[in-house]
Design a protein around this ligand. Sequence first.
Ligand SMILES: [Zn+2]
Length: 497
Amino acid sequence: MAQVTDRPPAPRPVRIHDTLRGGVVPLVPRVSPRVGMFVCGLTPYKPSHLGHGRTFVFFDVAARFLRQQGYRVFYLQNVTDLDDKTLAQAREERTSYFDVSERNFSEYVRDMERLGVRSVNLYARCTDYVPEILAQIQELVTKGLAYPGPTGDVYYEVGRFPAFGALSRQRMEEVRPGARVEVDPHKRAPEDFVIWKGGNPDEPAWPSPYGPGRPGWHIEDTAITVSVLGARYEIHGGGAELKFPHHEAEIALAEGATGLTPLAQIWMHAGLLNMRGEKMSKSLGNVVGLGETLREQPADRVRFFLLSGLYRSPLEFAGEESFAEAGRGLERLRVPYDRLRVLRADAENAGADHRRALGTSSQEASGRAVEAIRGALAEDFNVRQAVAEMFAWGREVNGLLQGGESFTAGDLDLLLEPFRFADESLGFLELSEQVAPSFAPPPEISALVDLALKARESARRRGDFGEADRIREELSSAGFRLEDTPQGPRWKRKEGR
Ligand SMILES: [Zn+2]
């Protein structure tokens, strides 16, 4: 008799590169299968760019895959809705910091939705956590790790936290700002950093024991994570450029305040997106806007491009050519995938008649392909390898379908499984129905395609699948890609038409 249990099944093993330990380590949740995952989010003082897209699309894949493997992931992202840059931008636009950050943040959320990023459980704004931030500052002051200065600022005393520098592998002498940097005379040491900024009457301010002020950098992340995920959690992620000083500061603040270590079991860092060999960044000014890219390119291509390469390495963006190459890669997957889906929809309508049975070797091959994709993603999220396995499976499917024979719905599901399994995490095939506005055809063409679709539907209803397929092929050679969805057939124009 099956045993009744309320315990979820054990999650599958996953290994991840940890920057702090400098190697790939197994993920071992403190309370399995729960995984707390925090990723440093956006400072929405300007619209987001393609570099943000790379970081956040990658962590979306990481969260989705962990969930797929049976982990119960709580994915938290902060939003730095107030800082020096936001205030400067608001002054420039003659508006409020709130207007600047809310506008850019909503645009970011829209872009993320279009890119299929749907794994974040909570976007936590800095200014919603001021009480938590002040409580953590109080804790640090009480423990002698932070001290208030005479002008309403509160500083973290880096020298009191000996492990500072471990993540970026630097010694204390190396993290000290150079002689060129003008040092605040109220600091006890030049490397100390401000965790509460007081004293400026022109800036938004909250009351505090140190006088009115606002949160400094670094501390919002630790106040938010400790209050939402607890003093210790499994995964901390962010762009590689945040390793120092930001992530060092997070460790010093959180471990200093709570006395519990390690703050995060695994520190993940995503590589930069480069353009002509240089980091894409708002401060360098060589940015390609995310919103503007998504108005010009189909979202599936953008997602596919952002996921190319290995997440820890830099990725070079070569403009239009990068998306064209992504389009070619996607097409290689779509041909077998869409073909299977059409056959699958037809099999549903036709019922199980005299159809060819899939051989045992193909059934086994489908299982092997799923395991190969799983294996690639379970070893530090090797998306490149997973996509290579999808290509290999696509070639196998193309070969099988060449004979023009039909398969049962169950067999077609088996053939679809490697694509479906991979896409549950990678998520670019599911974006197929999104069409960039510039690809939308004029209404008279839409009317003609709809007419052809009606003819195809009636052919299918009569059981004339040869005719239905022929109409589909003709539409395809005229430049229209057809997809059968549970809501009925949909179509879109192929690229360049
Ligand atoms: Zn952060």
